[in-house]
Design a protein around this ligand. Structure first.
Ligand SMILES: Cc1cc2nc3c(=O)[nH]c(=O)nc-3n(C[C@H](O)[C@H](O)[C@H](O)COP(=O)(O)O)c2cc1C
Length: 159
């Protein structure tokens, strides 16, 4: 059994920044989720289109994921909060590569700093696994030093 797999989705780079930072502290395999159908509009239109897709659980056309989460002891899932929940890419990942019996960490990036609703919905979708830790970050790419420190502390408190 391998140690840690991090799977993340990022539309605007905040969650990608988290992945880069976390890799400095944790020796893990990392895979970025890529989808065919991202909200095309810009500004508020993107917000509405992506938010509606997240609420409906629309299939985003996830590209095949290479990693097999069943081979790992623990899984880190990092994502942007969309309309108070996790984005379609994460839901599609759970369908494409179902797993059970894992320790799971959730990292949510949001504009508000409140990822609790998304954590609770994703915890429901992860039934059969144990969510052992969460980290909520407010647009981390906008204040990198502070966010990097939060990520470092999160990594050091693992287990
Ligand atoms: C479609 C969409 C919906 C969003 N919905 C929320 C929301 O409900 N609550 C919130 O705090 N931020 C919301 N945001 C802001 C993002 O969660 C936030 O900017 C996050 O840091 C973006 O991560 P990323 O750069 O990795 O995509 C939304 C952004 C988009 C594009």
């Amino acid at each position: 059994m391998k140690d840690t797999l991090m799977v993340y989705y990022s539309l605007n780079g905040n969650t990608a920044f988290v992945a880069e930072e976390l890799m400095k502290h944790i020796d893990m395999d990392v895979e970025r989720l890529k989808v065919r159908n991202e909200p095309k509009a810009s500004g508020f239109g993107k917000f509405l289109a992506g938010g509606a897709a997240a609420l409906r659980g629309t299939d985003p056309g996830l590209w095949p994921v290479n990693a097999d989460p069943r081979e790992y002891y623990e899984i880190v899932i990092a994502f942007p909060v969309w309309a108070g929940t996790y984005p379609p890419a994460v839901g599609a990942f759970l369908k494409q590569k179902p797993f059970r019996g894992k320790n799971v960490y959730l990292i949510g990036c949001s504009a508000s700093g409140n990822a609790e609703g998304a954590f609770s919905k994703l915890t429901d979708a992860l039934s059969g696994n144990t969510v052992v830790g969460t980290l909520s970050l407010r647009n981390p790419a906008k204040h990198r030093e502070e966010a990097a420190e939060e990520i470092r502390v999160f990594a050091s408190r693992r287990h």
